[in-house]
Design a binder for this molecule. Sequence first.
Ligand SMILES: NC(=O)C1=CN([C@@H]2O[C@H](COP(=O)(O)OP(=O)(O)OC[C@H]3O[C@@H](n4cnc5c(N)ncnc54)[C@H](O)[C@@H]3O)[C@@H](O)[C@H]2O)C=CC1
Ligand SMILES: [Mg+2]
Length: 352
Amino acid sequence: MSLYCGTACRRKSFWCYRLLSTYVTKTRYLFELKEDDDACKKAQQTGAFYLFHNLAPLLQKSEHQYLLPQYSLVELEKLLGKLGQDTQRIEDSVLIGCSEQHEAWFALDLGLTNSSSMSASLQKPEMEAELRGSFIELRKALFRLNVKDASLLSTAQALLRWHDAHQFCSRSGQPTKKNVAGSKRVCPSNKIIYYPQMAPVVITLVSDGTRCLLARQSSFPKGMYSALAGFCDIGETLEEAVRREVAEEVGLEVERLHYSASQHWPFPNSSLMIACHAAVSPGQTEIQVNLRELEAAAWFSHDEVVMALKRNDPYTKQQNGTFPFWLPPKLAIAHQLIKEWVEKPTCPSLPA
Ligand SMILES: NC(=O)C1=CN([C@@H]2O[C@H](COP(=O)(O)OP(=O)(O)OC[C@H]3O[C@@H](n4cnc5c(N)ncnc54)[C@H](O)[C@@H]3O)[C@@H](O)[C@H]2O)C=CC1
Ligand SMILES: [Mg+2]
């Protein structure tokens, strides 16, 4: 059971941690680091750093998985010294979380150049040799990481990318300055504060009661089908976005929908994927594929989907030269939606 400390007693630190659950103290600690630059600098002294190069995380290969090396501040300072770099570069790091023991975790990109520190991009091969690891594109590495590491690296990459793309104020054109944690940037001339953003995206698995509708874009790997996805338009509710995307992409009218879960998705930019199941009436299932958005869409039976979920080697070409039908990997929320449908194909009851 979690105990809640009703009064936020501000004695030694920002909050009184004594009576709170581990989760709450951790959350409050992270909040303090985001709000208080001095506290965050202090946390760096005992913290752990994850390294990136041009948004690719540093990983070490073990037998079947990638491992995530972390460095202390002292180790990082030593490394920068060896590579002939100023330790001021550590100021570009961003806070990405902390352990239950309050060891703060930071991410630092040594390949990106920052407008204010004027630091030069470090050479990748030189660093890889020194660190005995490789900077691997996140898209390639994500599915060979455990869930916790994958989520940590997705957050880190999204935050590093956001800072890289928001170095200037869109009103004054002046360089913006990040706080120590990297939870915001401020324009020194007009005090406008910029916060990291995610784009909301709806992802919908449409069912007619016995089959589910899956689609593919030409950019997907060969043979892979997924649920319908689309960015929310400004001003739309979640329900309206689902209805519009399904109508736009396959020409069907959704009758009922049911929220399932959500996921942060770092590609190509930061999105908040909001996953739903939706139903269409069994009498109105004729698909009209919007070829400007999709390469193909089709209804799949329960058995076909069960078979596809079991497929381990999707990239193997079949004898007739085509690729087998397969589904997104476990880590993608599309996979979870499809798995839920396989386990319970009947459709839920919220009106769209
Ligand atoms: N994690 C998962 O399981 C899955 C994630 N996704 C992600 O969902 C996202 C959206 O899916 P799509 O079918 O591509 O969306 P979509 O159906 O909305 O089409 C993309 C188009 O929407 C427009 N657009 C509107 N707002 C945009 C914004 N904020 N950023 C970029 N483009 C915007 C652009 O013209 C773009 O070409 C993709 O980024 C994809 O990576 C898609 C399927 C599965
Ligand atoms: Mg789409």
